[in-house]
Design a protein around this ligand. Structure first.
Ligand code: FAD
Length: 308
């Protein structure tokens, strides 16, 4: 068992930013991350062009820069997956999946969000065998092949654009009659000659012998059913909060997202939240960084007043 004043969970943009602020404030803390590489969701962004001061950058490069900046303040990431947190009053007991326990006076939960699944039979069996939730990570495995993308928001359209430059053909399947992405992205998609968009359609089944071979696409009114041969299916139907490990705490939530104002202060004393995990109108790098800074500042104030 180890002990720190503050534990920051998740080394995405929010967690790294909180760590930079905590380090500069001289707080005793540790930054926990389940994934060896860290960086969070932004590492899967093809191109980021809306973060002030950094006009156009690959998501993975932006994550690297944030990591390097944090390291320059002595921040280092400890590998660990948080399974559960118990509130023991003044102390929080953080249980890791490897059996380790960390005690802390304050916790910043910055575990972000994970891709939403389609909820199909066999979906899990084909994950990594044709089904992917990250075009930028896995697109290269499908070079010259036929693929489909499910979704109609910015991520789905961005994925389809990216894949169209790598794959032979891309079919974008969207359940509504118009895309929800920005006009800029939709216009760019329309210029790609190897992209077909199927509106008012759903993927209802996935088939294959060991690997994905075809998907079943049905029209919303269920009148048309098509067996579409594809080598890859990229799922981009939104995200859900990575918050299961917080289930034992009486936190206020909405649709699973943790409720807190921009200070990151939650309904449980000593538990702060930052980034995509927080209920908020805009989940972006800039708001994750802002949340991280605010949550760290609130945690520092909390720790100082607890010591008095
Ligand atoms: C494909 C894609 C493109 C995007 N493009 C843009 C863009 O162009 N501009 C923009 O501003 N935003 C973009 N975004 C959104 C942006 O990436 C996110 O809003 C932001 O990165 C969220 O940061 P975060 O730190 O809150 O969470 P995350 O990035 O989700 O980081 C959370 C971290 O916590 C870790 N973690 C989770 N659970 C545990 C646990 N139990 N124990 C330990 N660690 C855990 C995860 O491994 C992860 O590293 C994009 C997102 C995606 C997916």
């Amino acid at each position: 068992m180890t002990k720190h004043d503050l534990v920051i969970i998740g080394a995405g943009v929010a967690g790294y930013t909180a760590a930079i602020y905590a380090a500069r404030a001289g707080v005793d803390f540790t930054l926990l991350e389940q994934d060896g590489c860290g960086g969070g969701q932004i590492t899967s962004a093809h191109l980021v062009e809306n973060y002030p001061g950094v006009p156009r950058i690959r998501g993975a490069d932006l994550a690297d820069r944030i990591k390097q900046q944090a390291e320059s303040f002595g921040v280092c990431v400890s590998l660990g997956t948080v399974q559960e947190i118990h509130d023991l009053g003044c102390e929080k007991e953080i249980l890791l999946t490897d059996g380790d326990t960390i005690d802390a006076s304050a916790v910043i939960a910055a575990t972000g969000a994970v891709p939403r699944k389609l909820g199909l039979d066999n979906e899990e069996a084909f994950a990594g065998r044709g089904i992917s939730y990250c075009a930028i990570c896995d697109g290269a495995f499908f070079a010259g092949r036929d693929v489909a993308v499910v979704g109609g928001g910015d991520t789905a359209v961005e994925d389809a654009i990216y894949l169209s430059s790598v794959c032979k053909s891309v079919t974008l399947i969207h359940r509504r009659d118009t895309l929800r992405s920005s006009k800029l992205r939709a216009d760019e998609l329309a210029l790609r000659s190897n992209v077909t968009v199927r509106y008012n359609s759903l993927v209802t089944a996935v088939r294959g012998d060991g690997r994905l071979e075809k998907i079943i696409v049905e029209s919303i009114d269920r009148r048309k059913i098509e067996r579409l041969p594809v080598d890859g299916l990229f799922v981009a139907v939104g995200t859900e909060p990575a918050a299961d490990y917080l289930n034992s705490l009486p936190l206020q939530r909405e649709n699973g997202y943790i409720i807190a104002d921009e200070s990151g202060i939650t309904s449980v004393d000593g538990i702060f939240v930052a980034g995509d995990l927080r209920k908020k109108p805009l989940r972006q790098v800039v708001t994750a960084a802002s949340d991280g800074a605010n949550a760290a500042s609130s945690a520092v104030t909390f720790l100082r007043s607890a010591r008095k």
